[in-house]
Design a protein around this ligand. Sequence first.
Ligand SMILES: C[S@@+](CC[C@H](N)C(=O)[O-])C[C@H]1O[C@@H](n2cnc3c(N)ncnc32)[C@H](O)[C@@H]1O
Length: 265
Amino acid sequence: MIYRQTVAKEVSTHPWRVLGGSSRASISTKTSESLEGIPDGSIDLILTDPPYFDNLSYSELSDFYLAWHQSLGMAEPPYDNPAIAAPIKENLALTDRGDQSIEVYRNSLHRIFCECRRVLKKDGIMVFTYHHKSPVAWDALGDALVRSGLKCATVLPLRGEGQGGLHSYDGTIKWDAVFVCRKGSQVPSASSDNAVVPRTAIKQAKEQASAYAEDLAKTRQIGFRDPDRLNLERAMIVASAVIAPTHPDFMPLSDALKTSSTGGP
Ligand SMILES: C[S@@+](CC[C@H](N)C(=O)[O-])C[C@H]1O[C@@H](n2cnc3c(N)ncnc32)[C@H](O)[C@@H]1O
C-alpha cells in the first residue's frame, strides 16, 4: 500500500506533468496512434517495440492478464468491467494476411510513426526493433516508416530471443534488427510515388549483413544463423528506402525485399 501511494505521487497519467517537472513518470495504456498531451518537439528519445506484423496476438493473449487485473480491482475503467475484453480493434498485430488487414497495419503503423516524429525534438532519436520472415511484413514496415519522415541513421543486430522459447524452432529468427532513426527535415508529400531503394543500397545491405554474419558466426554460442542474416539484410534494405519516382537506378521496396533469400550470401 505504501508502495502504491508513493508511486501514485510520482506517476501521473498526464505527460505534461513530467515535462513540467511535477511527476517523474507518466503511464498511459492506449494506442500510440495518437500521442495527444505530448507537445510537438518535446521528446529526446523514443524507445519502442511495435508488434511484428502477425507474430503474436497480443490482445487475445492479454485477456488472460486482464481477468486477473479485474479480479484484483486493478483494471482501469472501462476495463474494470468484467464484461469488457482487451481492446482488440486497436491492436496493431494482424490476425490474417489478407490485403485489407495488411493495409490497416501499414496505415496504423504510419500514424504511429508520424506521431513519434511530431513529438521528437529536432535532434531527438527514435529506436525500435523488428523481425519477420516474410517480405510483405518488411514492406509494410518500410512503407510506413519512409512515409512518416523519420530517417534511419543505422541498423544493428541485437539478440532478442534466449536459447529456448516455446515458439522457437530451427528457422526461427533469434536476432532482432534495431533501427536508430532521426527526424527527417520534412514529411514526404502524400504522392502516388512508391517507396523505392537505390540498387547500390541493396548490394550494400547484402554485403553488410553477410559481414555481420561472418563476424558473429566465429563464436558458435552467439547463434547468429542464416535466418538472422536474412532478417538483417531486409532491415538494411528498408533503412535505405525513399519516396521517389520510378527510375532505373531504383527498385520498388517490395521487389528489393524479394531479392533476399536464405542459403548464404
Ligand atoms: C513486440 S511487443 C512488445 C513487447 C515488449 N517489448 C516486452 O518486452 O514486453 C508489441 C506490443 O505492442 C502493443 N501494441 C499493439 N498495438 C498497439 C498500439 N496500437 N499502440 C500501442 N501499443 C500497441 C502490444 O500489446 C504489445 O505489448
